[in-house]
Design a protein around this ligand. Structure first.
Ligand code: AMP
Length: 213
């Protein structure tokens, strides 16, 4: 027997999860904001940059395969990157929500992600574009290079990554804009102010924070 569990008025449950993507040039603070937003919404962060960096640091076969590419500021091949993301999104904690940081990064990866999500009846709920002027990004990246010594924060690699962002990553926003799911947030200001702006934009879409759920 098939039982239909019709929802009664007043019993409609607010969504407690969100499928999010944060996009912004390197140095826009998307990593930091991504962690804060994921915490607010109770969802895991899936950062391809972090996956590659930790594999490089641990000297795994994947790390050895991608080290030169990442250090030079180039993109790791799409199929390999998408496979890693599909694998991560298939884990239980990402079943109902996640925040993607650094993926997809070009239109090929957008297609891979859409196919994967559509296969399980999902789609992204919102794309946060963190808008930061190029000069400000460069300043922040130089500061980070001095503080953290990331090997891909050399001046040449920084320029390369910002060029790739403008040429390959910024255009993915056009596709998501057509779907009406992009929120552009001013990424200049204090960390707290920017987090507040992002949360306000997501709540305006009806996405519910963990504390409020
Ligand atoms: P990020 O921390 O997001 O700036 O990523 C650091 C580096 O990891 C990038 O410069 C690329 O070499 C590599 N990477 C991260 N995400 C991707 C992706 N979606 N596609 C290809 N390469 C990536």
């Amino acid at each position: 027997m098939t039982v239909r569990h019709a929802q009664q008025p007043g019993q409609v449950k607010a969504p407690t999860a969100a499928r999010l993507l944060i996009v912004g040039p390197q140095g826009s603070g998307k990593g930091t904001q991504g962690v804060r937003i994921a915490e607010e919404f109770g969802i895991p962060v899936v950062s391809t940059g972090d996956v590659f960096r930790s594999n490089i640091a641990e000297g795994t076969p994947l790390g050895k395969q991608v080290k030169e590419i990442v250090d030079g500021g180039d993109l790791v091949p799409d199929e390999l990157t998408s496979e890693i993301v599909r694998d991560r999104l298939s884990q239980d904690d990402a079943a109902h929500g996640f925040l993607l940081d650094g993926y997809p990064r070009n239109t090929t990866q957008v297609g891979h992600l859409e196919d994967f999500l559509a296969g399980r009846g999902d789609a992204l709920d919102a794309v946060i574009e963190l808008a930061v002027p190029r000069e400000e990004s460069i300043e922040r990246l130089k500061l980070r290079a001095a503080e953290q010594g990331r090997t891909d924060d050399s001046e040449a690699a920084i320029a390369r990554r910002l060029d790739i962002y403008e040429r390959e990553t910024a255009p993915i926003l056009a596709a998501y804009r057509e779907q009406g799911i992009v929120d552009t947030v001013d990424g200049v200001g204090s960390l707290d102010d920017i987090t507040t702006r992002i949360i306000a934009a997501l709540e305006a879409r009806g996405l519910v924070r963990r504390a409020a759920a």
